[in-house]
Design a protein around this ligand. Sequence first.
Ligand code: 4AD
Ligand code: MG
Length: 478
Amino acid sequence: MFNKRIKIKELLATEPSGQEVTIMGWVRTFRNNQFIALNDGSTNNNLQVVVELGMLDEATLKRITTSASLKVTGNAVASLGKGQKVEVKASKIEILGDSDAEKYPLQPKKHSLEFLREIAHLRFRTNTFGAVFRVRHTLAFAVHKFFHEKGFVYMHTPIITASDAEGAGEMFRVTTLDMEKPPRNEEGTVDYKEDFFGRSANLTVSGQLEGELAATAFSEIYTFGPTFRAENSNTARHLAEFWMIEPEMAFYDLEDNMDLAEEFIRYIIQYAMDHNREDLEFLAQRLAEEEKSLPQDKRSELGLIEKLEFVINNKFERITYTEAIDILLQSPAYKKKKFQYDVKWGIDMQSEHERYLVEKHFKKPVIVTGYPKAIKAFYMRENEDGKTVAAMDILAPGIGEIVGGSQREERQEKLEARMKEMHVPAEELWWYLDTRRFGTVPHAGFGLGFERMVQFVTGMTNIRDVIAFPRTPKSAEF
Ligand code: 4AD
Ligand code: MG
């Protein structure tokens, strides 16, 4: 058996008593031909391996370079060095894989996040990305734990679909047709009947519609999977491929929906705070360092940890869209013409407006409800006023929209009328309409953008830095 090792995180937490241990990892640094800082990704803390003088020949010492991989056996002893309790006095060092120090792009020094994006295949080996991806893991685990404990059923909704759940037309086509000479029908357009699925198909933009089907049987379900949007948005919060969590609940109204979303967000943040404290503290420090280069008024008022604690301990603000527009119209920013985009009832709020509400006005997460129906999807429940829908967006400081959700239109005639108005093909969504025909119920749900959540918790400003291999316009490397 090869993998008889102790992980560095575990070893660093034990009382050293000279016990023999085996560790494996990658060299971060090697000082004075004597001290190896070894990392195995279980923690940002390196294990100090001490090489006795004369133990290794010159040739072997030369091979202990940054990023070479080692298997070390030795005795765990109390460390005299600063910053660590335990170190390992090596009795045997085996080089598992050499690394040419000259060619290795990740030198032990500070690199810019932009540069690291170009070597995303190696950036996990940095402290920043080590911390980010361990936190990402914990958050994903907490998502499942939260819903599992509440009795929700995890649904794997399809990735390839023939429908556009959001009706926004931002889909990636899935086809096996020969793009050079596709089959054509009599009108000269591409004949998708000849395509793999016998119809035009695309990557899903949301699992919601299928989620609703399951919720009208299990009562409470959630999805957690990849979603794809061909929107040409090159921003720090848009990806063409992102992960979304979509709970869908029968017998919920909009208020129940908001309560669940708040509880859920608090829970997963708390879980990360309880299980990744060290990584979060590292990221808090990184963020504070990064913000030093910003002018005072652009820096966050709270440190990362304080911000997360604040969110856990305070209820989110809840306002209507109409109130939000009024606040914007009354704001000094509007009066001084600081907004780039116009403000009036009916607009789809831009990120500058959302950020004003959250960061300047309320200084906490805000749930906005009752959006104009014209700017929201066809499935949202129409309010009594005939103008707005029972939508809810949660806006978070530094991020903007983190959750989008609504109570669904459960009344068949209303839903059909709305689909007609919005040119959503009812014949193709016959199965969706069946839920309204056979025992329809009030129901609601929401979608949390997982990467935006990871951004919020880790304080990373660019969404490309919280997903392993980002897909964005003109970029699909790795
Ligand atoms: O607001 P959206 O489009 O809502 C839906 O897809 C609904 N079907 C959800 C539901 O009610 N079940 O997307 C939901 C969330 C957004 O609030 C945002 O956090 C994230 O998904 N999101 C993106 N994240 C990264 N890159 C993109 N291009 C995103 N588009 C949406
Ligand atoms: Mg939205």
